[in-house]
Design a protein around this ligand. Sequence first.
Ligand code: ADP
Ligand code: GLC
Length: 521
Amino acid sequence: MKKFKKNNGFAEDPRSTTASSSVQSLLADESSDSLRILYSTAEAEPLVKIGGLGEVSGALPGALRQLGVDIRLLLPAYRGVIEAIQGEPIGESFQAIPGVEEPVQLFLGKMPNTGQPVYAVACPALYDRDGGPYTDQDGEDWPDNALRFGVLSKVAALFGSTASPADWAADIIHCNDWHTGLAPAYLMHDRRARARSVMSIHNLTFQGNFPSELLGPLGLPKSCFITDGVEFYGRLSFLKAGLYYADYITTVSPGYAREIQTPEFGFGLEGLLAHRRNRLSGILNGIDNTDWNPQHDPYLPARFGPQDLIGKAVNKQLLQERLGLKPNAETIVLGVVSRFTYQKGVDLVLGIAEELLKQPVQLVILGSGDRHYEIEWSRFAWDHPENVSVTIGYDVALAHLIEAGADLFLMPSRFEPCGLNQMYSMYYGAPPVVHRTGGLADSVTDTTPCTLLDGTATGFVFENANTAELLACISRALLAFQDRKTWQKIQYKGMTQSFDWETSANQYFKIYQALAPTKTG
Ligand code: ADP
Ligand code: GLC
């Protein structure tokens, strides 16, 4: 592996211009021996967040920076991003790929909350529009997604080459999900490339598969359209490209790393992943305990902690009142905050909801996604106004209040690469009911006589994702709830265990070091 010289030898690059002084002062601290990582992503909180990927991208780079890594984010300049990061243009504009004539202009700025350096890829024709990062206002995928994320991937790869568009280049390009999956392919097919690459899988079902005709517009050679390349069942696959060409693959829990090597969870990529298993590891996500901390959470009417749960009871009452449910401390509130998709098993909850209501429970659901789930849940709430509240939409404040006010949190995902909500719920004293899969299995300890005795129980786990097992598991939890001491023990353990980002960051750091052995970090 070639080592980049100080400033990577690009300091005199005439395309370089000066970034804002505040970012410059932050960057001045970087040692030339630091590992240089470009963390390329389609989402990063607080700029843009659709799900867990946005949260991870908002938190992990900061934890790595604490370890002395010179890590910078790269993401598209969606509408409003340049202002939010106080971005300054860097270098000349340039055409990134043949299929997009509009030139790309890079901006360097800082994350509004953490000051973390961030490059934004501006190409207004691709990114400056109403709607979401992946879909339009009606939830339909943008028709030009291949080009939108092809440009992002290409720019990421350039940062790992002697043609870096900035006066900084990376030792390692860290790619996340299919949106930046083409970057390792571009690196492989560019003689100027110097960097190694890491491909992180947050969800294997989103693969970015497109018609092969896009090969030319994306600027990839025809020769890479083969099984040992970007081809996947006759289509060009961004994720497969990343998994095939990256120097190392990670995913977001050890359990999911094992599961994706099997046909049940591999979605066609299990063979490749099993083949590359020596270059694949699972690192459990952390949670950001500044954003998610019941002792300081600004979204909560009452704060609480493991030693003092009075605030939790207040939140429960306010949650019931706010949602029009009968306030009652004895009624057990079951919470769900979720994307409404098959993955999350929201239909399994619906399948047992009628049966559940025979017990003294209230169901509080927040989510959005597949239209038919939205309709069915809304109907169910309409039929049971006293015991069921369904909020369709995306509401961060309500998500926090549900975690804080619920007694039990339901997360019966069919598969779950990591999952963050079960960690929040444990932290907020709402033990989760989860399917034994992926990150759920890695983060929740089932309540059994043994785990109660040794004090490790944090939730309730069932083996197979079906309604019968879900119902039996919830019934087990409801029984445990009746025994105050047992319940408090489970709550206490969940609230005091640590899912800090530092532990995860240390594992990424080791991988980076192994890939770029001459760098100290
Ligand atoms: P995924 O990324 O697969 O959706 P995660 O559990 O990793 O699942 O992360 C989901 C994140 O998105 C959590 O922080 C969760 O609270 C949040 N979230 C999901 N749906 C909603 C919603 N309807 N309103 C507010 N926050 C939501
Ligand atoms: C994906 C996964 C989720 C994971 C998140 C962050 O959205 O579905 O399980 O927690 O990415 O890695």
